[in-house]
Design a protein around this ligand. Sequence first.
Ligand SMILES: NC(=O)c1ccc[n+]([C@@H]2O[C@H](COP(=O)([O-])OP(=O)(O)OC[C@H]3O[C@@H](n4cnc5c(N)ncnc54)[C@H](OP(=O)(O)O)[C@@H]3O)[C@@H](O)[C@H]2O)c1
Length: 323
Amino acid sequence: MARFGAPEEAIELQELTWPEPSPGQVLIRVRAAGAGFPDAMMTAGKFPLLGDPPFGLGEEAAGEVVAVPAGSRFTVGDQVAGITEFLQGWGGYADYAYLREMSTIRIPAGMTDEQAGGFPIGFRTAYTGLVERAPVEAGQTLLILGAAGSSGATAIQLGKALGATVIAVAGSAEKLEFCARYGADHGVNYRTEDLTARIAEITNGRGVDLIYDPVGGETAAKAMQSLVRNGRIAVVGLASGAPVALDPMQLMLRNQTVVGVLSMPQEDPQAEAAVWQRLVDLAERGAITTPVGAVYAFDEVPRMVANQTAPGAGKSVVRVATP
Ligand SMILES: NC(=O)c1ccc[n+]([C@@H]2O[C@H](COP(=O)([O-])OP(=O)(O)OC[C@H]3O[C@@H](n4cnc5c(N)ncnc54)[C@H](OP(=O)(O)O)[C@@H]3O)[C@@H](O)[C@H]2O)c1
C-alpha cells in the first residue's frame, strides 16, 4: 500500500526483494491469502497497530516454504499457512510472504489453498475470545454479531465445538442461511427483526451468557440489553465503524464483564504450538472449516478491499498464484 486513501488510489503493485527470513520467520511462496475488513481499515489509515505507508497488506497466507532460518521447525518445501509479518510491513498479497513461525501450521490434508489462506486469523481470534479471554462453557448461550463475517463465522464453529448454543446475528436472510450451514442454532436478522425480542423468544426470556462482538455500534449496544446478569461481552472489533458504547452503571448493577480480545501469540512457544495443534485437530475432525466467501484474483486486490465496507458472507480470499 503506497498511501492512505481510496483502495484504487492507495494500493499499488511494487517490485520487492525478500531478504532471508530472520529467526522466528519462514518465507513462503504465496498461493492464497486471507482478506477482510482489517484491509479496509489499514487502507483508510484506521488500523490502530500500523504506522504510515508504504506497507504490504494481507494478514495471513498459505503456500510453500522457500527459506527458513537455522533451527526452524519447518523445512523448504513444507506446505504451510500462517499469520504474516504484516505488522512489520510485509503482507500476504505478494509473490512471497514472511510468516511468523509461532503462528504457522502445516496445511492439514484435504484443506484447499483458499481454506488454508483464510484459516489462521479468524480461528486464532475466535480461540483468543472463546477459550483464552472469555471462555465459553458447554451449555452456555453465545450471541455472535457480524456472524456471517470471517470473525463471526469462525466463532460460530468454535463456539459449537465448545458445546455452546449459538445465536447468529446478521443483516440478511442469505447471511443467516450461511451461518446455519456453519452450525448456528438460531439466527436473527438485525435489520428486519427486533433483536431484544427475538433473543428473549429464543432463550425463553433468560438472555445470553456471552456476546462475541466484531461489529460494535448500535447493534452491539442493543445486544447488551440481552446479556444475563454475570454475563460477558468479548470486544473483538468495530466493523460498524464504532466500538460498542457501554454503560458502566449497567455493568455494575448487573455484574457484567467487558473482555478485550486481541489475537496475540502466547509468550510460551510450546503453549502457542498447543493452541495451533488444537485448531488443526478440530479442522482435521471437520469440526471447523474456513468459511470461504468471495475469492479474488491477485489483480483484484483494490476491488476486494473496496468491497469490505459492504461484504458478502464469509471469508474473502485472494488467489495469488496457482501451484
Ligand atoms: N481483535 C482481533 O484480534 C481481531 C482479529 C480479526 C478481526 N478483528 C476485527 O473484527 C472486525 C470484523 O472483521 P472481519 O474480518 O470479521 O470482517 P468481515 O468478515 O467483513 O465481517 C464483518 C461483519 O460486520 C457486519 N457489519 C456491520 N456493519 C458493517 C459495516 N458498516 N461495514 C462492514 N461490515 C459491517 C457485516 O455483517 P452484516 O451485513 O450482517 O451486518 C459483516 O459480515 C474488524 O473490526 C476487525 O478489525 C479483530
